[in-house]
Design a protein around this ligand. Structure first.
Ligand code: ADP
Length: 356
């Protein structure tokens, strides 16, 4: 049975085609530069993907959707009601959800009969207790605007947590794990008994770790001060925090860990500083989540940085044994969000067909 996975971002549409019964990837690709003369919009991008796949007998389409609000606690079959709800969610995720919605609508138009499923980055974190998801703001603002920690990268954290149980040969229900998704965007999650109980990204993906171009945790008063001093508009400040900060901002060189490592080894002080801050923040979160779970079995590293920079994992691990205990394992596990999206899609459309 063939499942197509679509991941629509603001300027790209990536796809992977799986033969799900064999867990086999059959085809993958991406349409880049959406919004330019090369490809005007997401509809055209999806049209090209459909054309590339030709006559493949697709049984279901799974879409990565960044924000599922409080409503979507798990992956969902896309119905007109679900689509309306997603459109409402665009207010909470103005950059992330509209491209997914455009992709879903294009598929509905071009591949009419094929059921579609939305898999959310946020849903794995729906198990966060209020003490972990609420900010120290007046409660009425949460009630009015739903300002809270949502957490992201959920599909990746869920995928590697499941794999970790296999590697450790222990049931997930009995494990206390910290999963570190270190890509361009970076986040960490405390996974207790298979459930996310705390995570570093917040209301948006800006909070938490120092990332490629995002600042991560920062005193909100520093943001206000900067806006005043530099006369920055909301958009400009948003741009500074999300696109010009983090590893790039500190090093003044690059957001790519490969470049930073090279420069640091040649003695570039700011590249070294960027790596130091990156590592230090991760260590702090390991300590915090160890305390939150009152125990720890393993720390898992994944995504571009987590999977390809063993020297960095070693640096994070160094000295941690004395803090978290010598038995705690530090593991690298490659993530595969697309496969999990395909599996969720398969499960949901199968349930639907057997219910009919
Ligand atoms: P995204 O979050 O955009 O999917 P990635 O998960 O690929 O990005 O993470 C990007 C980071 O991972 C960069 O800092 C880069 O240095 C690193 N990275 C990705 N692939 C490799 C690789 N093959 N070798 C070394 N570093 C890599």
């Amino acid at each position: 049975m063939l499942i197509l996975v679509i991941n629509c971002g603001s300027s790209s549409a990536k796809y992977q085609l799986f033969d799900i019964s064999r867990r086999k990837l059959l085809a993958k690709g991406a349409i880049e530069r959406i919004g330019s003369p090369v490809c005007q919009n997401h509809y055209i991008a999806i049209e090209r993907i459909v054309k590339t796949l030709g006559s493949a007998a697709i049984a279901g389409i799974g879409h990565r959707v960044v924000h599922g609000q409080e409503e979507f606690k798990e992956s969902a079959l896309i119905t007109p009601k679900v689509l309306r709800s997603l459109e409402k969610s665009s207010e909470l995720a103005p950059l992330h959800n509209p491209p997914s919605i455009a992709g879903i609508k294009a598929c509905a138009d071009l591949l009419k009969e094929i059921p579609q499923v939305a898999v959310f980055d946020t849903s794995f974190h729906h198990t966060l207790p209020p003490r972990a998801f609420l900010y120290g703001l007046p409660y009425g603002l949460y009630a009015k605007y739903r300002i809270r920690r949502y957490g992201f990268h959920g599909t990746s954290h869920r995928f590697v947590a499941n794999k970790a149980a296999g590697c450790l040969k222990r049931p997930l229900k009995r494990l206390k794990l910290i999963t570190c998704h270190l890509g361009n965007g970076c986040s960490m999650t405390a996974v207790m008994g298979g459930k996310s109980i705390d995570t570093s990204m917040g209301f948006t993906p800006l909070e938490g770790l120092v990332m490629g171009t995002r600042s991560g945790d920062i005193d909100a008063a520093a943001v206000l001060y900067l806006m005043k001093k530099e006369r920055l508009s909301i958009n400009k400040m948003n741009d500074l925090l999300n696109k010009r900060s983090g590893l790039l901002g500190i090093s003044g060189l690059s957001n790519d860990m490969r470049d930073l490592r090279r420069a640091a080894s040649k003695g570039d002080r700011r590249a070294r500083l960027a790596i130091d801050i990156f590592v230090y923040r991760i260590k702090k979160y390991i300590g915090a989540y160890h305390a939150a779970m009152a125990g720890l079995d393993a720390v898992i590293f994944t995504a571009g940085i987590g999977e390809n920079h063993p020297w960095l994992v070693k640096r994070i691990e160094r000295g941690m044994g004395a803090v978290v205990g010598k038995k705690v394992k530090f593991l690298v596990i490659p993530t595969n969000e697309e496969l999990l999206i395909a599996e969720d899609t398969y499960k949901i459309i199968n349930k639907e067909t057997s219910n009919q």
